[in-house]
Ligand binder design. Structure first.
Ligand SMILES: CC(C)(COP(=O)(O)OP(=O)(O)OC[C@H]1O[C@@H](n2cnc3c(N)ncnc32)[C@H](O)[C@@H]1OP(=O)(O)O)[C@@H](O)C(=O)NCCC(=O)NCCS
Length: 255
């Protein structure tokens, strides 16, 4: 783990994380994150217990290091119904078994950054999520000041759907987080462009009907001396595009 000088032509390969990676995985997490993880988490990662993971290695390094991790991503499958983003999914009422992939941790050794490794690791997760027919999205949290990660998720067309106030508590200080979602297999938010378009069309139709009804009634008034009924207002669909949700322990705000 010592000499991590990047050769001018690194040969990056991706492979599953395995039990022999335990020490490196633990070291990388403690180097890269301000949060401490329990040892059991690392055991679950390397043994694939309830966690899926991919590692990046540089095959151009000397033999003893050519299989050593220089990047990783870990993720877990969760039930959509039990997840915190259930309300961000447009559910097919008949389907109760929908799944999500939640990215737990992602990291690349400093000297290997900005080479597209983070991007490729996330692509592995997206590919994996897409290969599960019942999976509807890949999602994650990112601390609000983590510019490189936020840039990367946006570049990969993740959608930033929520800001969670004081989500993290690190070294005695609170930090907000953003929730990013990448929909797969036809998964979508309840306010997808399609739904908004449908809403717009129905709005326009109601508007036209309303105007037509008014014109018709005006004509009727002109014809008959006594109007048949009182003019009533039109009911138009409304779009709730901003809301504040208060959940136990955290205030969530849609962005
Ligand atoms: C986030 C992280 C995994 C990205 O890994 P990476 O291999 O450098 O990612 P990529 O090379 O695929 O993409 C990085 C992109 O961010 C851009 N970037 C880097 N620093 C940036 C900054 N301060 N502000 C904006 N963009 C930045 C790069 O230019 C690059 O974009 P480009 O391809 O358009 O040039 C890596 O920075 C890291 O390990 N950070 C520490 C751990 C961490 O924060 N993990 C994420 C927790 S949610």
């Amino acid at each position: 783990m010592e000499n991590r000088k990047v050769s001018c032509r690194p040969i990056i390969a991706y492979r599953p994380i395995r039990p022999s990676d335990l020490a490196v995985v633990e070291k990388l997490h403690s180097d890269l994150f301000p949060i401490r993880y329990e040892f059991e988490f690392f055991l679950n990662v390397v043994n694939g217990c309830d966690i899926v993971s991919w590692g990046a290695v540089d095959r151009s390094r000397p033999n003893s290091q050519s299989d050593e991790l220089i990047g990783f991503v870990t993720a877990r499958i969760v039930s959509a119904r039990e997840s915190e983003i259930e309300d961000l999914l447009s559910f097919e009422s008949s389907r109760t078994d929908q799944k999500l992939v939640y990215i737990l941790t992602l990291g690349v050794v400093d000297s290997y950054r900005n080479l597209g490794i983070g991007n490729s690791l996330i692509h592995e997760v997206i590919k994996y999520g897409s290969s599960i027919p019942t999976c509807r999205a890949v999602y994650l949290h990112v601390i609000s000041y983590n510019k490189p990660a936020i840039y990367l998720y946006k570049k990969m067309t993740f959608q930033c759907l929520r800001r969670l106030i004081n989500f993290y508590f690190i070294n005695g200080q609170h930090y907000d987080s953003y929730l990013f979602v990448y929909y797969v297999n036809g998964g979508r938010s309840p306010c997808s462009p399609l739904e908004l378009a449908t809403l717009f069309v129905s709005y326009a139709k109601s508007g036209i009907k309303c105007v037509a009804a008014k014109l018709w009634r005006n004509e009727e008034r002109k014809i008959s001396k006594w109007p048949k009924c009182k003019e009533s207002g039109c009911l138009l669909p409304t779009v709730q595009n901003k809301r504040i949700v208060t959940a136990e322990g955290s205030r969530c705000q849609f962005v």
